[in-house]
Design a protein around this ligand. Structure first.
Ligand SMILES: N[C@@H](CCC(=O)N[C@@H](CS)C(=O)NCC(=O)O)C(=O)O
Length: 213
């Protein structure tokens, strides 16, 4: 049985959880008490992931990290949602790099500070992040104006990667992505209609926490 180390608030883990469910692969969650700081301890890093990050997928006797690598591995292993040829595989990787660097990372940081930060977010930092978010989201919105999914006419692991943070409640980030970016909104509706879609807080363990700021 595959084990996914995850927690409800983790959009990076949700990328993998949603993909596993869409692939119809059985898995069980291992709760990571991220919100109480477990991943910052030396013991957890030594035992679980030296990078101090979630998700971790236990598969074939190995603990694999980095959601893009995990998604690539799952597409290969289960023969679903991968590229059909080398060109498509590269195209998928291209979007997953963009996602990890610009699309997910700034949005996830912004949401974390707004919803779960220990102190009130610094407005200058938030304004800078918001600019980066709007830049990356504008690019993806334009792309989706001409393509039903991130790479062509069918969903691939690139879609699971980019949508990781976009099914969380709007109050957590304060950004109504579907309303601000209509093509992203329509794409999210297509993803939500896929068999296996589930709300992040329903498919991963841990308490939902009210947004703080
Ligand atoms: N690129 C990584 C990012 C993983 C990541 O940042 N996960 C968050 C939880 S959602 C984390 O563990 N953050 C810890 C930190 O940034 O120190 C991936 O896609 O797996």
């Amino acid at each position: 049985m595959l084990k996914l180390h995850c927690f409800g608030q983790s959009g990076n883990a949700y990328k993998v959880a949603f993909a596993l469910n869409a692939m119809g692969v059985e898995w069980e969650p291992v709760f990571v008490d991220f919100m109480n700081g477990i991943t910052r301890t030396a013991a957890w890093r030594a035992q679980s992931n030296e990078m101090g990050e979630v998700p971790i997928l236990e598969i074939d006797g190995k603990a694999q990290t980095q959601s893009a690598v995990i998604l690539t591995l799952l597409a290969e292993r289960f023969g679903q949602f991968g590229g059909r040829d080398a060109d498509e595989q590269r195209e998928i990787q291209r979007w997953m790099y963009f996602d990890n660097h610009k699309f997910t990372s700034y949005f996830a940081s912004y949401r974390f500070m707004k919803a779960f930060g220990q102190s009130a977010p610094n407005p200058d930092v938030m304004a800078w992040l918001r600019g980066r978010i709007d830049g990356a989201f504008g690019i993806v919105d334009q792309h989706l104006a001409h393509s039903p999914f991130i790479v062509g006419a069918r969903p691939t692991i690139a879609d699971f990667s980019l949508c990781g943070y976009l099914f969380y409640p709007v109050e957590e980030s304060g950004i109504d992505v579907a309303a601000s970016y209509p093509h992203i909104g329509a794409w999210l509706a297509r993803l939500k209609a896929l068999p296996g879609w589930g709300d992040p807080y329903a498919i991963m363990p841990g308490e939902r926490i009210a947004a703080k700021w």
